[in-house]
Design a protein around this ligand. Structure first.
Ligand code: NAD
Length: 254
């Protein structure tokens, strides 16, 4: 009898790009990939916090470098990919939120959210996947979406529109790139304390809403996301594409 072999989650020899890597979930993803052996190109808009992140990572013996990239700037995305692609793994954790009632949404705020959460994600995916395909790489693209890509949320019409859009985009791209074995998936967290959610956690009414909805009785941590990114980046998930991994403590269970 031959026992099945557990797929490896080691990423030695792989090159990864992580956007939004200077804080929160993106930083956690960069750490998870680097610790598993990948060389991680850590990107964010500004270099100060990013340099500090990369310095700590390399001090631990991991392979990482810092790169300035604003995902709302399509020319900048193209420039980075021209210089740095192909990647085996792309994790897009850059994100923006401007919450409020739909009646009050300013068109500029709508555009700002969409430009980062959807337009940037779209072209980063398309261009990264093209370079993977040209190089014959069976790569993995992972977007940090949200449980708000699956359900509505209070004051979140724009944010939900961006994340539901992201979910649909990922499914269509998975169909297009499956034959090249390029996989694309989302991770959908519930509320996690990061700079992005500071205003929400400062509002007792919103905290009560969150506590009522999360069945496991606690909010998330960056660490709750790290195993998922490792799984989706590695051959352990080689039959997974066009899917959405909910890490929501049961928020969407009812
Ligand atoms: P965060 O504020 O710590 O991280 C967001 C990152 O995106 C930052 O590094 C920021 O610099 C970067 N960013 C913003 N605009 C950018 C741009 N134009 N170009 C490049 N980078 C840009 O917040 P986070 O909570 O870690 O958010 C990461 C992702 O996770 C976002 O897409 C967010 O929508 C999603 N998310 C967060 C939560 C949560 O509760 N924290 C829940 C669900 C989904």
């Amino acid at each position: 009898m031959t026992l099945p072999k557990t797929p490896s989650m080691k990423l030695s020899g792989k090159r990864a790009l992580v956007t939004g890597a200077s804080s929160g979930i993106g930083q956690g993803c960069a750490v998870a990939l680097a610790e598993a052996g990948a060389h991680v190109v850590c990107s964010a808009r500004g270099l100060e916090r990013l340099d500090a992140t990369v310095a700590e990572m390399t001090a631990l013996g991991w392979s990482a470098e810092a790169l300035a990239l604003d995902v709302s700037d399509l020319e900048a995305i193209q420039g980075v990919l021209t210089e740095q692609a192909p990647f085996d793994i792309v994790v897009n954790a850059a994100g923006y939120a401007k919450h409020g009632p739909a009646f009050d949404t300013a068109p500029e705020d709508f555009d700002a959210v969409m430009n980062i959460n959807l337009r940037g994600a779209y072209f980063l995916s398309a261009w990264a996947a093209k370079s993977m395909q040209d190089a014959g790489i069976e790569g993995s693209i992972i977007h940090i979406s949200s449980q708000m890509g699956h359900v509505g949320g209070i004051d979140r019409a724009v944010y939900c529109a961006s994340k539901f859009g992201l979910e649909g985009m990922v499914k269509a791209m998975a169909i297009e790139w499956g034959k090249s074995r390029i996989r694309i998936n989302t991770i959908c967290p519930t509320f996690i304390r990061t700079p992005l959610t500071e205003p929400t956690f400062a509002d007792p009414a919103r905290v009560a809403w969150i506590e009522e909805k999360i069945k496991l009785g606690r909010t998330g941590t960056v660490e709750d996301i790290m195993g998922a990114v490792l799984y989706l980046a590695s051959p352990a998930s080689s039959l997974v594409t066009g899917s959405s991994m909910l890490i929501d403590g049961g928020w969407t269970a009812d």
